[in-house]
Design a binder for this molecule. Structure first.
Ligand SMILES: [Zn+2]
Ligand SMILES: [Zn+2]
Length: 338
C-alpha cells in the first residue's frame, strides 16, 4: 500500500478509532509506522536518509487528528518545537493539507498558551516573508484549519485552534480526489527544498529561541507581558555571557564596589573579603544601541551595574530597566545598610 492509500484509510477510520482504546490499536500502529515509512519509501534515495519521518496518532490518548511531520534535525530535534513540513487533516477529515507548520508544545510550556499563540503567528509571518518562492511552487497561505492538538474523546472535539495560524503556507487535497503518489511526492519535494533553504536562515532559528525562553522561564527570569521583553533579556544575557571576561568583571567590581546598587546588600560586610566576589556585574547598555558584534564595554557605571544575585535575576525578570527605574518600581525596601 502506498502513501495515498494510507492517507485515505486514516481519513476514513480515525474518528471511529478515537472511540476505542489507543493502546495496541491497529490504526495507531499504521499512523506511527506504515504511514511514515510509505512516505519515506516513495521519496527514496538520499532524501529518505536526510529527514526524520514522524507519524503520531496522539501520545497516551488519541489527538483530535493524526499528523505526519518531516523533520530536519538542524531545524528541530522534535515535532514539539521548530518548524517542519507536516501533513494535517482538517475537521471532518474530507481534506488533508501539506503545510509548513510549527511545533507549539515547547514554546507553550515555556511562556503559556496565549503568548505562544501570538509568537507562533508572528513566526508564521516571518516564515512567509523569508520562505523563498513558495507561491511559485504552488503553495498558498491558507488559512488551513487544523485540529486542536490534544483533546480527549470526552472533551469538545475539533474546536478551531489558534494553532491553525501557525502554518505558514501549504496546499490542500480533497481526500476523495487525492492525486497519485508521484504527484504527492513531487509536492513534498518542493516543500522540502523550501525547508532546506529556510533551515539556513538566521532569522528562522526558532528552536534556539524556544530553548532560551525555556531556560529563562525555568530560572524565573521571564518578564511578563509581550515576548518582546523576554527577547530583550535573552539578547542581554547572551551579551553578558559573551563578555564574561574575568578581567573586565574584576575591574567593574573594583570601580563600582561590592555593594548591590539596587538593594545595598554589602558583600564585604556580610561575607568578608573572601566572598565579596559573589557580587555580579549586570550589563547596563540598552541592547538596541549596541552593534551586533564587537561592542567594547568599559568597566564603568555607564556600561555596568553591580548587583547581588537576587537583584540581578529580578532586574532580568523586570525586563532590564535602568537602575533608577528598577529601584523605583521593583525594589520595595533596603534590608541592609542604606
Ligand atoms: Zn540586591
Ligand atoms: Zn544582567
Amino acid at each position: 500500500m502506498g502513501f495515498g492509500d494510507h492517507l485515505r484509510e486514516i481519513a476514513q477510520g480515525f474518528q471511529r478509532a478515537r472511540t476505542e482504546p489507543l493502546a495496541n490499536h491497529p490504526l495507531a500502529a499504521l499512523i506511527r509506522q506504515s504511514w511514515p515509512s510509505s512516505l519515506r519509501d516513495s521519496l527514496g534515495g538520499r532524501d529518505a536518509e536526510r529527514y526524520q519521518f514522524v507519524g503520531s496518532p496522539g501520545q497516551g490518548q488519541w489527538s483530535a487528528a493524526p499528523w505526519l511531520a518531516v523533520l530536519l534535525h538542524t531545524v528541530t530535534k522534535s515535532a514539539m518545537g521548530g518548524f517542519y513540513p507536516v501533513y494535517l487533516f482538517e475537521p471532518g477529515f474530507q481534506t488533508v493539507c501539506l503545510v509548513m507548520g510549527q511545533g507549539a508544545q515547547q514554546l507553550t510550556d515555556a511562556v503559556g498558551r496565549k503568548r505562544a499563540g501570538v509568537e507562533l503567528a508572528l513566526r508564521a509571518q516571518q516564515m512567509r516573508a523569508n520562505g523563498g518562492r513558495w507561491r511559485e511552487q504552488g503553495f498558498n497561505e491558507g488559512p488551513f484549519t487544523t485540529l486542536k492538538f490534544v483533546t480527549t474523546a470526552n472533551q469538545r472535539d475539533y474546536a478551531a485552534d489558534p494553532w491553525s495560524n501557525t502554518a505558514a503556507f501549504g496546499k490542500r487535497y480533497a481526500v476523495s480526489a487525492l492525486p497519485e503518489d508521484a504527484e504527492l511526492v513531487a509536492d513534498l519535494r518542493a516543500m522540502l527544498q523550501l525547508y532546506d533553504a529556510m533551515a539556513e536562515q538566521r532569522i528562522l532559528k526558532f528552536s534556539e529561541e524556544d530553548e532560551e525562553l525555556s531556560t529563562l522561564s525555568a530560572a524565573g527570569e521571564l518578564p511578563s507581558g509581550s515576548l518582546d521583553g523576554a527577547k530583550k533579556v535573552i539578547v542581554h544575557k547572551q551579551i553578558e555571557r559573551r563578555h564574561r571576561d574575568r578581567k573586565l568583571i574584576e575591574r567593574v567590581k573594583k570601580q563600582l564596589g561590592v555593594e548591590c546598587q539596587a538593594c545595598h546588600f554589602d558583600f564585604a560586610s556580610a561575607y568578608g573579603s573572601l566572598m565579596e566576589k559573589f557580587i555580579e556585574a549586570h550589563h547596563n547598555v540598552p541592547i538596541s544601541t549596541l552593534p551586533d558584534t564587537g561592542a567594547i564595554l568599559k568597566p564603568t557605571e555607564a556600561d555596568f551595574m553591580v548587583l547581588c544575585s537576587n537583584c540581578h535575576r529580578a532586574i532580568h525578570r523586570a525586563g532590564c530597566p535602568d537602575l533608577m527605574e528598577f529601584k523605583k518600581h521593583h525594589v520595595k525596601g533596603h534590608f541592609y545598610k542604606s
